[in-house]
Design a protein around this ligand. Sequence first.
Ligand code: CMX
Ligand code: CO
Length: 146
Amino acid sequence: MLTRIDHIGIACRDLEATVDFYSRTYGFEVFHTEVNQEQGVREAMLRINGTDDGGSSYLQLLEPIRDDSAVAKWLAKNGEGVHHIAFGTADVDGDAAAIRDKGVRVLYDEPRRGSMDSRITFLHPKDCHGVLTELVTSAEAQGEPH
Ligand code: CMX
Ligand code: CO
């Protein structure tokens, strides 16, 4: 079951400048940074709020590290802005399978590693009314009963 907004992914050209904007303008602080080689991004997670299932909601600021990455391709076409939304679930495997059965393309056969040791997969934006949609099971939620 999808129980919360885990994060909103925002594509940017300069991670430090974008972090600085969110920090100066709204007072949001960096909770975590990492490089995800597989996804081809440097990223900063800004924690916005806790959620009633014990998780959190974040902004995920994404700067591409390779020209052939999904975010680089998207930036070249659209410029900076909202790239995807991510829903949180305790069971990314089960939810992805159920959504695939409804005829929505799930991009990965098995969930991959996302921010902060989460497990993630994506739904094709063309099957989701134009919204690239990510499903996330956070590290904390892995192993919880669902
Ligand atoms: N939101 C909405 N539509 C999108 C999109 C996005 N983020 N990215 C691509 N599209 C649309 C394109 O506009 C294009 O539409 P048209 O055919 O109408 O022009 C179509 O989808 C195909 O796009 P493309 O530019 O040719 O790109 P690809 O097909 O090569 O890749 C996708 C699209 C979704 C398969 C790829 O971006 C992907 O695998 N995404 C998942 C991984 C990812 O985004 N990783 C970065 C984030 C990591 C993280 O969150 O941790
Ligand atoms: Co994401």
